[in-house]
Design a protein around this ligand. Sequence first.
Ligand code: ADP
Ligand code: MG
Length: 265
Amino acid sequence: MSTTADTPLLRIRDLKVAFDTQKGSREVLHGVNLDLYAGETLAIVGESGSGKSTTASAIINLLPGTGHVTAGSITLDGQELTGLTEGQMEKIRGREIGYVPQDPMSNLNPVWSIGFQVKEAIRANGLANGRKEIEARAIEVLQQAGLADAAKRLHQYPHQFSGGMRQRALIGIGLAADPKLLIADEPTSALDVTVQRVILDHLASLTKEKGTSVLLITHDLGLAAERAEKIIVMQNGEIVEAGPSREILENPLHPYTKKLVAAAP
Ligand code: ADP
Ligand code: MG
């Protein structure tokens, strides 16, 4: 099914997610709705624990631990994603939906070289075949993510990279397949403000050039307003407000959003 102007690329309806705990099931998403249109950047904003990462990982069926979807619908280009088998999901993850995880240190394996990990992602997603071609593609992916001297750095390990370089490597992996949708979960939160800006500028120019839609997750309302056309505000597993970034900043309606706006620098 193709996406038309009024069909969102990503549509989430009444999504509920629960974690099983020793005390029973604990619901952490209580009915999330969102529409992300092709070519758009949509930000999810909310404080730690509000359910942003859970929403992101539910979309790509990578909920941690005992997390599972208990209700609702997630469609990409009209295709229902909940209920797909892992095999079907693997074809979508990495190819149609790129993902930049929240924490580069725990998402890059410390005992594998950066090059090996990028090449594995390329191989796993069938983006190139044969040793030479895969290596060339890995260099290209890292260069595209703005990593200087990419060819020389293939043999280096995550600890030899700065935080910004690690994040660039993960952005490269996320965009390697030229996905329709990129989910970036706090892609620069671990970085200082200057590096953050450089990396987000680079990400914005890449996605704009390719027409990639972006779901940007951040706890920083100012950053969200700067980078996204629309914002969704989450609190305790619920969406409390959604709208164009400018409207949210200028005329927040929900008390929680008002508090965030007042606190934004
Ligand atoms: P955010 O990304 O907005 O900081 P999360 O989506 O990570 O928030 O967390 C939402 C809720 O889900 C929190 O209450 C958190 O404790 C819970 N949660 C997240 N991961 C797990 C897990 N692996 N097991 C149990 N509960 C979890
Ligand atoms: Mg999170």
